[in-house]
Ligand binder design. Structure first.
Ligand code: FAD
Ligand code: SF4
Length: 473
């Protein structure tokens, strides 16, 4: 039956249930429910199929959004899953953790008071439900090329490259130093945003497509590492690097070395190891139960630290950020979730010092006003004289982001980096994402700097197409 042309008005935007804050902070599981087929179809039917779909343009991988919404409305689940995988290697993951409010849904024509189509939740539904019903990627037409590629890093960039290569008939072996795949999806992003069983499910799909994972294996100069880059080059016809960015940005103020001050990523990882029940003495559990916690930083990592501390049973969590709320880099959804879960935000506060003698007792902050825009186009926070105060704290988590950490052995292999440490790659021509060593391609955070899962997926996919051309497949 043809849909009613005003369905987008008659059926309001409705997201799946979200667990109430007081219940969800008792555990680390995902907080959102899922659509059933009827809800997904009704919500997909709200799309007005714009001639020029802004959602699709705004999406970094240019998902065929109106087309898979149409398939879901017509109940064609497996076709929607196939189509969704034509542009995105990890749609069920992007459906969960992309900041849709500033990407596809932010650009949706209906996002002007009517309510954007709930694209993220439908994207998640398509792959989750299709897998549940037995869908697997269609590899029936794939012919083995006889070529094979070594991939360093099992994060979103590496996984996306492996997915596209497999569909081109190119085998790949993905190496990672962690015991599991996922990169920051597993060892960074907390399970209340993305449960680890979702990544296991993706691992099975990729293995079913012929991708091989070699884990607990660090690629490097061959001295302290498990496998040398030389032997990797010898074993494979081409190499893709998706190694991420892991240099923690420091505050540069006194007191950062005090006991009770933690870097965000080790803090989050220690909690994830605990949740996954890994037994590893080198990653001691950082428990903030019963403590007054101050989180410094307003990005996604800061929000994840806030919400982890609350779930651990912190007495209070304050999050200090040096700009105002409108200028926070974190996803609006995660800021809202943090507020609901009891985090107190202190905007326009710049840390000056972490105070304490042996152990942290507080954070000295000063109020700020936003001044003129800096070279990055963002208005710079300027301290207001005489507004210093001390926030009492038993623990401080520093979440100022990450910078690239290219290993020294890159120079031995003529892999150039930019002054920022990002890997230099070709942006034009046939071999996109090729580094200055023709046999080596790179993508994801190590090329663009810390960013998003979906942009890492995009670069991994583009690089895989570049490798396919380089190998003449
Ligand atoms: P990574 O995910 O970092 O993966 C790199 C992999 O390479 C790692 O597994 C590492 O072990 C491996 N590796 C590195 N060097 C070697 C070596 N020498 N040998 C073997 N293996 C190696 N993005 C979103 O879109 N939404 C979010 O909600 C979100 N939340 C985030 C929360 C946190 C706490 C953090 C830190 C980031 C978040 N991001 C989020 C950003 C997103 O996770 C990253 O942009 C994305 O994971 C980058 O993918 P990547 O494949 O480039 O690198
Ligand atoms: Fe549908 Fe919104 Fe995309 Fe238009 S912008 S095609 S209404 S999802």
């Amino acid at each position: 039956m043809p849909k009613h042309p005003l369905q987008f008005l008659e059926i309001p935007r409705r997201s799946p249930e979200k667990e109430p804050a007081e219940e969800r902070i008792q555990h680390f599981g995902e907080i959102y429910g899922s659509y059933d087929g009827a809800d997904a179809g009704a919500q997909a039917g709200r799309c007005i199929s714009c001639g020029n779909p802004y959602c699709e343009w705004k999406c970094p991988v240019h998902n065929y959004i109106p087309d898979w919404l149409d398939l879901i409305e017509r109940g064609k689940l497996f076709e929607a899953a196939e189509l969704s995988h034509q542009t995105n290697s990890l749609p069920e993951i992007c459906g969960r953790i992309c900041p849709q409010d500033r990407l596809c849904e932010g650009a949706c024509t209906l996002n002007d008071g009517i309510g954007a189509v709930s694209i993220g939740n439908i994207e998640k539904y398509i792959t989750d439900e299709a897998i549940k019903q037995g869908w697997r990627p269609d590899m029936s037409h794939v012919i083995d090329s006889g070529k094979n590629v070594g991939i360093v890093g099992a994060g979103p960039a590496g996984l996306a490259a492996a997915d596209v290569l497999a569909r081109q008939g190119i085998r790949s072996v993905v190496y990672d130093s962690y015991p599991d795949i996922g990169g920051l999806l597993t060892y960074g992003i907390p399970p209340f945003k993305l449960e680890k069983k979702i990544i296991d499910q993706r691992r099975k799909l990729l293995e079913g497509m012929g991708v091989r994972f070699v884990l607990n294996t660090r690629i490097g100069d061959g001295l302290d590492d498990s496998k040398s880059f030389n032997s990797l080059l010898a074993d494979h016809d081409a190499v893709f690097l998706g190694m991420g960015t892991y240099n923690y940005v420091r505050g540069g103020f006194p007191g950062e070395e005090l006991e009770g001050v933690h870097e965000a990523l080790p803090y989050l990882i220690s909690n994830i190891y605990r949740e996954l029940r890994y037994d590893d003495d080198s990653i001691p559990f950082i428990d903030l139960a019963g403590q007054r916690v101050v989180v410094l930083g307003g990005g996604d990592t800061g929000m994840d630290c806030n919400r982890t501390a609350i779930r651990q049973g912190a007495t209070s969590v304050q999050c200090a950020y040096r700009r105002d709320e409108a200028n926070m880099p974190g996803s609006r959804r995660e800021v809202r979730n943090s507020k609901e879960e009891g985090i107190e935000f202190l905007f326009n506060r710049q840390p000056l010092e972490i105070v304490g003698t042996d152990k942290v007792t507080g954070v000295k902050v000063i109020q700020t006003e936003l001044g003129k825009a800096g070279p990055d186009g963002r208005r710079r926070p300027e301290p207001v004289v005489g507004t210093e105060e001390i926030l009492p704290a038993d623990a401080v988590v520093i979440a100022f982001g990450f910078r690239p950490n290219p290993p020294s052995w890159f120079t031995d292999h003529t892999i150039d980096t930019l002054p920022s440490g990002r890997v230099r790659v070709a942006t034009l021509g046939e071999h996109k994402f090729q580094t200055t060593n023709p046999k080596v391609f790179a993508g994801g955070d190590m090329v663009r700097g810390s960013d998003l899962v979906v942009t890492a997926v995009f670069e991994g996919r583009e690089a895989a197409m570049g490798i396919t051309k380089y190998l003449g497949v």
